[in-house]
Design a protein around this ligand. Structure first.
Ligand SMILES: [Zn+2]
Length: 420
C-alpha cells in the first residue's frame, strides 16, 4: 500500500546505506591494495552470495537459484503473474578487481528494493534482483556465463563442463559452494518484462564531460581476429635492408593501420592490437613470423563491416615482397542496441531527478547485453574515478552511485507500474 503523502516519484534511495553495503561486500576477498579478489564460484564468492541472500531475505524477498547458480531475489507485485521488472549484475571480480564493477549493479538493485520496503510501496509487476554467475570469465571461460546460459547464448551443459586451471569444473565448483540450483537456467522470451543494469562506466567519457548519468544506447559489436605475418628469418648483420622479409616490420605497419582505421570511424569505433608473438624474438635475427590479435568494435554492423573491409585490404596490401599476411576472424559479437522504451525510462529518470546526463555506448560486454537478446534491456552508467576499472584502485564517488541508484529506482517504478 502506498502512503498517500509520499508519491513514488518523490521517493529516494539511501545513499549511505548503499555505500555501507558496498563496503561490507568489498571486505569479502579484500586485497592489501584496497581492491577485491573474489573469483567466481570460490568460497569467497559463496560468502558474498550468502551475504546478498541474507540481505534480500531480511526485506521479505523470496530467493531462487537456477542450475548455473544465478540468484534471483524477488519482491512480489500486486499482480504477481506479470513478468518481473528485473535488475542485477555480478559479484565475481577479476583477481585484481575493484569494489564496484558488478557489485554496484547488484547492491543498487537491493537498495531499490530496500527503499520500496521502507516506504511501503508495492508495484504492479514483481521486481527481481539477479546475481549472474561468473561474469568476469577469469576463473572459467566463457565470460558472462550465467547470463549467457539464461539468454540461450550457449547451453547449460557446455557451461557446466568448463574447467579452471586446476581441472575443477563449473559443475563441481557450484556444488562445492552450494549454489547448484534446481530451477531451469533458461529465461524464456517474455519471462522478463524489463531488465535494467546499473554499472560503473569503466571508461573516462562521463568524467571527461562532467556528467553524472550515462544513458546507454547499446553495446558495441565486436570482431576479433588472429593474424599471422610470415616473412623469413635472416641474420641482422649480413642481410641488406632491401633484401629483407621482416615480418615484424609488416606487423608494425598493420598495428598502425588498425589504429588509423578505427580513428576514421570516430567516436564509437575501436581498434586494438593487444597481443603480439614475435618469432624467433632474438636480438640479431630479422623476425620471420609474427602472430597478433586484432580487436575491432563498432556500434552498428555497417561500420563494423567497413572496418573489416579496411583491415582485410590492409592485410592484402602488406602481402608483397616476400611477406604473407593471413587473417582469420575468430569471434563475432553483434552490436546490441538497447530497447528504446527502457533507454527513455533511464533518460526520463535522470531528467526528473535534475541530474546531468549524456548518451553513452558500452564498449565492454555486460550481462545486460545477453539479457537484451530475450528481454527489453537498458543500462545506467555512472562515472568511475579516472575511468579506471579491472584494477584494485577502482573508485567511485558515493554521490554518483546514489544518483545512479535513484535513476534505477525511477526507471524500475516506471516499468513496473501501479504506483502514483
Ligand atoms: Zn562488470
Amino acid at each position: 500500500m502506498e502512503r498517500l503523502d509520499q508519491p513514488a516519484a518523490a521517493v529516494r534511495v539511501d545513499g549511505a546505506r548503499l555505500w555501507d553495503s558496498l563496503m561490507q561486500l568489498a571486505r569479502i576477498g579484500a586485497t592489501a591494495k584496497g581492491g577485491v579478489c573474489r573469483l567466481a564460484l570460490t568460497d569467497l564468492d559463496r560468502q558474498g552470495r550468502d551475504l546478498f541472500v541474507k540481505w534480500a531475505k531480511e526485506i521479505g524477498c523470496t530467493v531462487r537459484i537456477d542450475a548455473i547458480g544465478n540468484i534471483f531475489a524477488r519482491r512480489a507485485g500486486r499482480n504477481d503473474a506479470l513478468p518481473p521488472v528485473m535488475t542485477g549484475s555480478h559479484i565475481d571480480t577479476q583477481p585484481t578487481g575493484g569494489k564496484f564493477d558488478g557489485n554496484y549493479g547488484v547492491l543498487a538493485g537491493l537498495e531499490v528494493l530496500r527503499t520500496l520496503d521502507d516506504n511501503g510501496i508495492v508495484t504492479e509487476a514483481p521486481l527481481e534482483v539477479a546475481v549472474w554467475t561468473n561474469e568476469e570469465g577469469s576463473r572459467f571461460v566463457p565470460v558472462m556465463m550465467g547470463s549467457g546460459v539464461y539468454a540461450g547464448a550457449f547451453t547449460l551443459e557446455h557451461a557446466l563442463a568448463q574447467k579452471d586451471r586446476d581441472g575443477v569444473s563449473v559443475s563441481e565448483a557450484l556444488n562445492a559452494i552450494g549454489y547448484a540450483g534446481k530451477v531451469p537456467a533458461v529465461g524464456q522470451p517474455g519471462a522478463v518484462g524489463a531488465y535494467f543494469e546499473a554499472h560503473i562506466e569503466q571508461g573516462p567519457v562521463l568524467e571527461a564531460h562532467g556528467k553524472t548519468i550515462g544513458v546507454v544506447q547499446g553495446a558495441l559489436g565486436q570482431r576479433w581476429y588472429d593474424v599471422t605475418v610470415t616473412g623469413m628469418e635472416a641474420h641482422a648483420g649480413p642481410t641488406p635492408m632491401a633484401l629483407r622479409r621482416d615480418a615484424l616490420l609488416a606487423a608494425a605497419q598493420l598495428i598502425q593501420a588498425v589504429n588509423r582505421i578505427a580513428c576514421e570511424h570516430a567516436p564509437h569505433a575501436r581498434g586494438t592490437v593487444g597481443w603480439v608473438d614475435n618469432y624467433p624474438n632474438s636480438r640479431n635475427v630479422i623476425p620471420g613470423r609474427v602472430k597478433l590479435s586484432v580487436d575491432l568494435r563498432a556500434a552498428d554492423d555497417a561500420t563494423l563491416d567497413a572496418l573489416d573491409d579496411k583491415l582485410r585490404a590492409e592485410c592484402k596490401a602488406l602481402s608483397a615482397n616476400g611477406i604473407d599476411v593471413a587473417i582469420e576472424q575468430v569471434v563475432y559479437f553483434a552490436p546490441q542496441p538497447f530497447a528504446p522504451a527502457l533507454v527513455e525510462a533511464v533518460r526520463a529518470g535522470a531528467q526528473a531527478l535534475g541530474l546531468s546526463s549524456m548518451d553513452a555506448i558500452s564498449g565492454a560486454g555486460h550481462d545486460a547485453v545477453y539479457l537484451a537478446r530475450i528481454a527489453p534491456a537498458a543500462m545506467i552508467f555512472v562515472p568511475c574515478k579516472d575511468g579506471i576499472s579491472h584494477n584494485e584502485i577502482e573508485d567511485a564517488d558515493p554521490a554518483h552511485l546514489e544518483a545512479g541508484c535513484n535513476v534505477l529506482l525511477q526507471a524500475m517504478l516506471q516499468r513496473a507500474g501501479g504506483v502514483a
